[in-house]
Design a protein around this ligand. Sequence first.
Ligand SMILES: C[S@@+](CC[C@H](N)C(=O)[O-])C[C@H]1O[C@@H](n2cnc3c(N)ncnc32)[C@H](O)[C@@H]1O
Length: 201
Amino acid sequence: MEYAVFGTALQRCRCCHLDRLQNPRSALVLGDGDGRFTACLADRYPDLQIDYLDISGKMIALARRRMERENAAALERIHFHQCDARTATLWAERYDLIAAHFFFDFFSYADIERMISRISALAAPGAAWIVSDFELPSNRPALWARLLLRTMYLFFRFTIGLENQRLSDWRAPLRAHGFVARGASRLWTGFIVSDLWIRAE
Ligand SMILES: C[S@@+](CC[C@H](N)C(=O)[O-])C[C@H]1O[C@@H](n2cnc3c(N)ncnc32)[C@H](O)[C@@H]1O
């Protein structure tokens, strides 16, 4: 469905900042679903230890299968965890990279704030946090963007019972926890965004 609606735009967004990272050694990937970003990350950084987290066992199975197909050797450094990102006790002492692609749109501001606050405590100085998500670009967003977003939210409400039905700000909590915006990519006139944030040293 992703490719039918967005073509390659979402995947380009997920991976667009990878060449700008300072050789990360440990990464936390939040809600990566079927593992498209994890696969790309593991390919790009062959020594990176990756904690992949998702609440869905089905998604984890798909992500594992993807890795078996595309890069089985990387499986020994990808650690799959089935848990709720809002409450999970995390695994590494320090992360150099945290990624959340098309994930924060599932949560209220209060949840996002709490997640960023807890996870930031484990971010190394200079750590990168990459966020990709949808955005309604201006005070008067285009009708097509509002309709598409509404349709996606209704789809997730009816298929998985998603309660949250609106986008919330994730930049303010990142800023409040010492991250500084260092790069941004915008596609589809700003409806799809990917930001690179770096934690002040
Ligand atoms: C819209 S999908 C995005 C998947 C992937 N990041 C991508 O870029 O396509 C949201 C993902 O978050 C997972 N998820 C939803 N709520 C979660 C939670 N509370 N904790 C961890 N994962 C969660 C879902 O299972 C799903 O895989």
